[in-house]
Write a protein that binds this ligand. Structure first.
Ligand code: SF4
Length: 395
């Protein structure tokens, strides 16, 4: 079982970010109390009380004090058994990682996910990151000196001050630091962010698709040549260092999300907590869980599975698709599958669909081409492809 906690506070707003967070830190300790209360209120959500991974994300969990973190883990320990081998990750920003903080963090977490984003000072200033380029490099060494071997760093490409040489230099600096895991996402310009507003006013021009695709190719080739395996489109690991928590999302394992805006999944429905700190705290203080529930139809489950699994090295199992859809999926989507294979975007090996190198540039489009809807799954004329679901599941 897997537990996520959302810490919805940041020192300042990065210009590209549309996650849920507040820069008003006054409510932090009240909100931590509410998180602990929600852990208690949600104790029945997961089918078993045994945790294999815990992930503190945000926002900026490295803003928590030791007292706040200790109180969260004491609550978790009262409600769950945490496996001795559990992966316990905390997202951190470089400017928070002092030697002193790293020492006490080691008592609670065994993996840090550091939001570096770039080692290039003008890019950091453009994105309004709170740290400097010097801090970006120094914090990784400090974390390693403090005994954190299990480190991942985030890097952003497609920054709207385009220069491939800067991206290449960022990649080489990351490799030189010797971290075993790197996550890298293309910067997208979202409405409501500073970048979104600048774009609307014509003050900022996003990079074009070809530029972003070139930087993605640089990412894959440079990290691949240095021994990192691309086990998910945006995630690269040295052998044995894949993120267990994030992999659980891609493998459809149940997880519980605690905190404002956090999501949970139990195999047949999703829950979305309210993305508002004040209303979240008020509800929890009254003993209520402020979430919206979405029951997943067969089509939702098939489409979610396509969207996430195709991005991974493990691929998308046709047997699992058959079970979720109640149809022989390969028969149902034979035309689209043939077309995607002819385009060299998709291949099928022993009942598993995987993207080709070329297909990785179009992952969402490939998945969307295979999406199903509930109407076609529930049609009465199932002779063309319906399968005996019980048989498929047993198989
Ligand atoms: S620190 Fe992270 S969560 Fe906070 S604004 Fe920046 S990118 Fe968003």
């Amino acid at each position: 079982m897997h537990l996520y906690l959302h810490i919805p506070f940041c020192k300042q707003a990065c210009h590209y970010c549309d996650f849920h967070f507040s820069t008003n830190l006054n409510q932090k300790s009240t909100l931590v109390d509410a998180l602990c209360r929600e852990i208690e209120l949600q104790k029945e959500y997961l089918p078993t009380p045994h945790l294999e991974t815990i992930y503190l994300g945000g926002g900026t969990p490295s803003l928590l004090t030791e007292t706040e973190l200790a109180s969260i883990f004491a609550t978790i320990d009262r409600q769950y058994t945490v496996s001795p081998q559990a992966e316990i990750t905390l997202e951190a920003n470089p400017d928070d990682l002092t030697a002193e903080r790293l020492q006490w963090l080691r008592k609670y977490v065994n993996r840090l996910s550091i939001g570096i984003q770039s080692f290039h000072e003008p890019h950091l200033r453009l994105m309004n990151r709170a740290h400097s380029a010097t801090e970006a490099e120094a914090c990784v060494r400090l974390a390693q000196d403090a005994g954190f071997n299990n480190l991942t760093i985030d890097l952003i490409y497609g920054v709207p001050a385009p220069d491939h040489a800067i991206w290449q230099s960022d990649l080489e600096k990351a490799i030189a630091l010797g971290v075993p895991h790197i996550s890298s996402y293309c910067l997208t310009i979202e409405p409501g962010t500073a970048f979104g507003n600048w774009q609307k006013k014509g003050r900022l021009v996003p990079v074009d698709d070809a530029f972003a695709a070139d930087e993605f190719t640089m990412l894959v080739q440079t990290l691949g040549a240095s021994g990192y395996e691309q086990y998910e489109i945006s995630n690269f690991a040295k052998p044995g260092w894949e993120a267990r928590h994030n992999s659980s999302y891609w493998k459809r394992r149940p997880y519980l999300g605690i905190g404002p805006s956090a999501h949970s999944f139990n195999g047949h429905s999703r829950q979305y907590n309210i993305a508002n700190n004040t209303r979240y705290v008020q509800a929890i203080q009254q003993g209520k869980l402020p979430f919206t529930l979405e029951e997943l139809t067969s089509a939702d489950q098939v489409n979610d599975y396509l969207l996430t699994s195709l991005r991974t090295k493990w691929g998308c199992s046709l047997m699992e698709l058959d079970a979720l859809a109640g149809w022989d999926f390969a028969l149902l989507r034979r035309k689209e599958l043939r077309q995607l294979q002819n385009q060299n975007w998709l291949r099928s090996d022993e009942g598993v669909l995987r993207l080709t190198e070329a297909g990785k540039l179009f992952a969402d489009r490939v998945a969307a081409d295979l999406f199903v809807d509930d109407e076609e799954l529930s049609t009465n004329d199932r002779a063309a492809g319906a399968v005996d679901q019980k048989t498929t599941l047993t198989a």
